[in-house]
Design a protein around this ligand. Structure first.
Ligand code: ZN
Length: 329
């Protein structure tokens, strides 16, 4: 695949090749990396129709909102509750917005803990399903919300899917009241697992992920928007341990993301999937790779290179996004 010399879309600095090519959904993609921003970018840009299709029910979650087989969904529900518990220790209950709320299950959990909740979901079909399933107020644009009207905004593994991540962060900063909390989680392209497995990295997810952020980028961006960083969480056991396991299996040459696809809901269209051999070997090797993945997850987190990172930040005063974005240019 021919990759032309390109400039970074965020800072216009030179982009360098990071990984690829990866064949996916009829296209071929690479990741380019800007050393100045410490951000990766998917090239070429998938068109809007493909992106919409890749986030539709057929590919992303079934009609009930589930993305995985039942035991995995139970683990994910446990993680959601743990996350709500952690957030409740940082910010007192009030009004919360989940950006990219998907099935609405996290918002449903927040609501049962006493929060007044709202969601943003760009996919119309998914937004409608979340409203219908849980009676949630789910909007498809941030423009309908009032400035300074939220105490908590969560953006969990969503920014990398958006064409305009900086504008969304800036708008969300404006939606928080002074003292409000923003919790943003992304896969970390500067992590050990990303650097070691390159195009085989599980969290690359091309071409759904248009951006590949790093802890440094997210810290700088939130600080420039006027936030005070109150916690950087690099030890997300589910995302990071599974990230290692699946990436190692991919590096070993088994059919790409075979274990993940096995754990995903049966309702998805996975395309042509060689079933037996890769599946048997992936499932057989998984318990052997688990202890190694746990150790690697803890080591990379301890050395500030977690496979995913969540930053919790406080809007201490009136945020002045225009000024901040100009400063970063
Ligand atoms: Zn850049």
């Amino acid at each position: 695949m021919n990759v032309p010399a390109r400039s970074c879309s965020l800072c216009s600095g030179p982009d360098a090749f990071f990984s690829g090519p990866v064949k996916s959904h009829g296209g071929e993609y690479v990741v380019l990396y800007c050393d100045k921003c410490r951000v990766g970018e998917t090239f070429p840009d998938p068109d809007d129709a493909l992106l919409h299709e890749l986030h539709s029910t057929e590919y992303y979650r079934n009609g009930e909102g589930a993305r995985f087989i039942r035991p995995v969904e139970w683990i994910i529900e446990g993680m959601r509750r743990w996350r709500i518990h952690r957030l409740s220790k940082i910010v007192t209950q009030g009004r919360a917005l989940d950006v990219g709320c998907g099935s609405g299950r996290f918002l449903r959990g927040l609501r049962s803990s006493g929060w007044n909740v709202a969601g943003l979901e760009l996919n119309d079909e998914t937004a409608a399903a979340a409203r219908k399933a849980h009676g949630l107020a789910v909007e498809t644009s941030l423009d309908v919300f009032d400035d300074g009207s939220f105490d908590l905004i969560t953006i969990t593994h969503v920014l990398e899917h958006l064409r305009n991540p900086r504008q969304v962060l800036k708008r969300c900063a404006g939606l928080l009241r002074g003292g409000g909390i923003m919790a943003v989680a992304v896969p970390n392209i500067d992590s050990w697992q990303a650097r070691l497995s390159r195009e085989d990295w599980f969290h690359l997810d091309l071409p759904r992920h248009l951006w590949h952020f790093s802890e440094k980028w997210l810290l700088r961006e939130l600080t420039a928007l006027g936030f005070t960083i109150i916690k950087v969480r690099r030890l997300d056991f589910a995302h990071n341990i599974f990230g290692w396991m699946q990436s190692l299996l991919n590096v070993m040459g088994y059919h790409h993301n075979r274990l993940y696809n096995f754990l995903s809901s049966d309702d998805f269209d996975r395309g042509d999937e060689p079933r037996a051999v890769s599946l048997i070997l992936s499932v057989a090797l998984a318990p052997l790779l688990l202890p190694l993945s746990v150790v690697l997850t803890m080591l990379e987190a301890a050395l500030h290179s977690g496979g995913t990172v969540e930053i919790i930040a406080r809007a201490d005063s009136e945020v002045c996004p225009e000024q901040s974005l100009n400063d970063m240019a």
